[in-house]
Design a protein around this ligand. Sequence first.
Ligand code: ATP
Length: 309
Amino acid sequence: MSAVLTVDHVVKAYGAERKAVDGIQFQVKEGICFGLLGPNGAGKSTLMKMMAGIIQADQGSITLLNQKLGTDRAIIGKHVGYVPQEITLYGELSGRQNLYFFGKMYGLRGSKLKERTSIVLDQVGLSDRADEAVSKYSGGMKRRINIAAALLHEPKLVVLDEPTVGIDPQSRNHIFELIHDMKRDGKTIIYSTHYLEEAEALCDELAIIDHGKIIAAGELSQLLESHAMPAVYVEAEGWSAAADQLTSAHRIQPQGKGWLIEGANALQLIHDVSSSLIQQGHRVRALQLQQPTLDSVFMKLTGTALRDG
Ligand SMILES: Nc1ncnc2c1ncn2[C@@H]1O[C@H](COP(=O)(O)OP(=O)(O)OP(=O)(O)O)[C@@H](O)[C@H]1O
């Protein structure tokens, strides 16, 4: 699979002190949803603005479809659909009129403009509300029109900056469905989020970003395998986890009213824990297998939970 986008050692600083993006590099293959996952202020928006040609990198380069991005915006205008975090719509105009406005900026006219507008309205599930003023829309509906605007010119690469922040569950589901549809249509998507569940549900590959640097990248399964282990959580009256009985345990730590025991082999862990509990005859209140999550990956790599970011 060829790379649609290559980000090569890109640096962007705001002022002398603050490097928002600090030497980031990765490639995005055609037809996948590539996630940029990181806490607030990690540098995701800055990186996406560079991909959309809104700001320029201080160092390094970004290559889109084998062409280096520079001052020539033509390739970006043609092939990239960028959805910024901020809603940029005219409240007094209807959803459809807003889309006509954006479509004209992309060079669409006449019946083609009308046809593409109807198609994207349908894609974001807003055909039935298309002729109402945008000021009467919910936050989620406005966001969906913003996404529709970025799809009018049939871009190959769609860049979405935290599209589900602060929106209702119905709009969130529409956005999720839309991403699955776009992938089926062969589009490449770059999706930033600080929600782990979204990254897990939508993204084929991920780069985890913190303080302007990539701290881990790869397919979701690779990230989980290389940076986190399964764990067993045990709560049992009078039982304390003893390392000599739990030979498969890699790490044992108290958690809540019980113990969290990590190890590479989940079944062996359960076996060791169960044997110890049975031998000692303790009453078990909880015994749970916890598979690794992106949360545990982030925690291991940064020492903090992503949610606190
Ligand atoms: N225009 C700007 N001027 C000065 N500093 C900025 C500017 N834009 C971003 N920054 C700083 O750069 C860093 C990265 O910000 P950025 O918005 O790229 O992060 P983010 O990961 O997208 O965060 P969020 O999820 O909050 O949008 C932050 O420290 C931010 O304060």
